[in-house]
Design a protein around this ligand. Sequence first.
Ligand SMILES: NCC(=O)CCC(=O)O
Ligand SMILES: [Mg+2]
Length: 322
Amino acid sequence: MARPRRLRQSAWSRDLVAENRLHVSDLIWPIFVHDRDIAREPIRSLQGVDRLSITEAVKEAKEARDLGIKVLALFPHLDERLRTVDAKAAIDPNGLIPTVCRAIKSEVPDIGLLVDVALDPYTDHGHDGLLVDGKIVNDATVEMLIQQTLVQVEGGADIVAPSDMMDGRIGAIRNALEATGHHDTLIMSYAAKYASAFYGPYRDAIGVKALKGDKKTYQMDSANSDEAVREVAIDISEGADMVMVKPGLPYLDIVQRVSETFKVPTFVYQVSGEYAMIKAAVEKGFMDHDRAALETLLAFKRAGASGILTYFAKHVAQLLRN
Ligand SMILES: NCC(=O)CCC(=O)O
Ligand SMILES: [Mg+2]
């Protein structure tokens, strides 16, 4: 008689036949850095996540490296006065992110640094691109993204991750990297990024106060799946080394479809709202923190993800080590 339960009868037999496993090297840890003189500042909507000073970010990079985490993703929280309609702080060679990259690379050269390429932390309106007459203008934004890429790469970033969803930016960034001798810089494209309600706490983390309108003219419509395949195909053809699907859990079907269709390294971002939901439910006593975190991360592996950006990364790296 077929008794699938035979294989489930003990921990050792379940482990023996497990089809997927979560490893610390699957994790990319996003951290928030600010330009203030405060070592750590809690983020109200992201329990357990703080904005860090540069010194503190270097300390965390060392701890992450020692835990076996391979890559940190860096996100800036800028002083209000540096957010402008032209987002010029994004292309400052001595800006916050290039400075953090230099600081981390000088003390922890063996951890990979992934930087975001998008204008939302730098604009006064909170959009990822330049806003002209109520519209996000594509090609002028791409020119800015090229400059933003180059200052970050010159600061020491290893992976650039355009999260803006402008058309043509992967090709333009790849050409600029080649033309400036940065042949080895990796591009992880946020190729299928959906206009999502789950980014709320992230906006709080980077200090976007009042987003004007929404991002539906550039981020994808959650109704669509074929469109994700077209977006990924374009970004690969333009020179992306790795692609990303975002958010994570509500888009597992897209993760699976992209990884199966293209066979390129496919990453997934377990975004701030997904993290915050688990934290809130745990706080209410509705579920177990570590089991919920590990189960969601394993689900991404099962769907075919090569790696996961998650605010749980450091904690889970500690769990996996024990
Ligand atoms: N470009 C990075 C993000 O938009 C992160 C979103 C989130 O964690 O909600
Ligand atoms: Mg695209």
